[in-house]
Design a protein around this ligand. Sequence first.
Ligand code: CU
Length: 260
Amino acid sequence: MPRAAALALLLATATACANDVPEANWSRGLLPEHVTQEGGVVQTLWNGAWIAALATGAVVIVLIVWAAIFHRKRKTSPDLPPQVRYNLPIEMLYTLIPLVMVSVFFYFTARDSEVLTRVDGDAPVKVKVEAYQWSWRFTTNYEGKTLEPVAGVPVSDYHQGPQLVLPVNKKVEFDLSTDDVIHSFWVPDFLFKRDIIPGIPEDNPGRKFQITTLNRPGVYAGRCAELCGVDHSRMLFSVKLVPQAEFDQYIATHQAGSAQ
Ligand SMILES: [Cu+2]
């Protein structure tokens, strides 16, 4: 089948693309390996939620099988089994257990959301992210120096896409804005995404988030994760994590002339 062969070839060549989404791994619960400290928080919460869900599922399946085997209708038994309405202990049990489970989930989710959305304003790297149909403009500020913006040209350069260069082991603050429609800033290896909604004032904390990069130099794919128009799927970018020395060099050669 020539069509199948062509498809196989397409898949084989497509996997070599630098802007590919990362490989998911079973040992990490199908999440990509994270490149930020915050990603570690997400991974732990994700693992815990799966363990809790699987344990709950196991208990439920055991109860179903037990009921099906030991409490099935027998030929000699009457039409209705003994009725257990208004059994206070049982009703307390199936009210309290879900309440406890939801509270535990809520506690860990609230605790981690607080960490993931905290912005303390002292990040040495600040990136202004402007999303538009269908690309991105990144303007980086590092210790008071503003760099030339990096901007993508919609559709025509989507294979490459704009690239944001960031140092490893550094706190980075993002400020997200757009003038047209809702977009969503997503770097799968950050294990984080945030919607970008037009008309949100600059002092609204929902526009900002911060990460601390880990020592994992490399190029990581970025995506728009909100259907934002006909070329949404081509709204690609990448984040390049580089060692500090390389970042200093990048700053020296890309500083905006008029911004000083
Ligand atoms: Cu978009």
